[in-house]
Design a protein around this ligand. Sequence first.
Ligand code: TYM
Length: 353
Amino acid sequence: MNYIIGIRLGRMGRRWLPWQPMARVFSGIQPTGDLHLGNLLGAVQNWVQALDGEDDALYCVVDLHALTIPKDPAELRAKTIEITQLLVACGLDPQRCTLFLQSHVPAHAELGWIMECTASYGELSRMTQFKDKRDRAEFVSAALFTYPALQAADILLYDTDRVPVGDDQRQHLELARDIAERFNARYGDTFVVPEHAIPAVGARVMDLQRPDSKMSKSLDSPQGTVLLTDDPAAVVKKFKRAVTDSDGEVRFDPATKPGVSNLLSILAAVSGRTPDEVAGDYSQYGPLKADCGEAVAELLGPVQARFAELRDDPAATHELLMLGAEKAAAVAGPVLARAQRALGLVPSLTRRG
Ligand code: TYM
């Protein structure tokens, strides 16, 4: 329905419909490093929430994106399966959403090339994630530079209305919108222009030891990063040792009190409150750290139990990924064909019999 309405009326026309059409939700995650609390609170928690409504949600483990920095093949394979299992354990029920691997749907790479032809060199040069990664990488691949074009393809392939992500993806999402608008202006209304959905709380979870850097799979900070697989004692200990400041006042003020504000944001995101509300409950850092640790350990308990079950049955994970890829390809194929037609590429005719 989304596809038909999207192409016939475009976004502007949809606004005047007497009923609210189903929205398409899409997001992705790289199978690199270990899933951490930032991924959960900034993104995955909202992916799970989207399953409660009428929306049609697709979630992709973006293994092609992971290749932009050379990886050990065995590790990439294992991480890809592990992250899929963790996503299911977090609540991404494959019966209620489409969960798949990017490399299983070749349309991503095909539209990725078209997006590279639509994004400008200047736009890609301004991406802060590229500049950060370029400065840290031993080998700067061409794909590290064109990465956001492939990300735009991921999103636009599904006529996506909404993309739930953490704050660090804001610039990539703005670029995806610009690319879609440019393509539509050049070749006619082809793509739905997506909106980002960045949560009010938890969009930027900071490292517990270095609260001026975001918690990250690649930041080498084991004590500052809370992994989804950390056991409860480790979680409590990491929060207990979290870096704060010396003025002793519990107040939400990210600019001058990044450590304490990070703890308040985490507890707020876990308990569905605002950081200021949480701050009202505390006058000392010790109890705030302890409650944070306990709340997070409690949140992770059921995820870890479910993950342990899924890990025992890798064949079931491969099966769900195969079904997910079939469902995703059925949506992506017609959108890719629409873009190819708009560009003037001659459709290929396959000979039968
Ligand atoms: P990735 O794999 O780095 O992160 C996955 C999601 O987790 C969010 N996130 C955070 N949120 C809050 N605090 C943090 N410290 C934190 N760290 C990570 C990210 O914002 C993201 O939503 N380029 C993307 C993957 C991607 C994608 C896409 C996303 C590829 N194609 C299409 C959306 C749509 C990335 O590297 O995310």
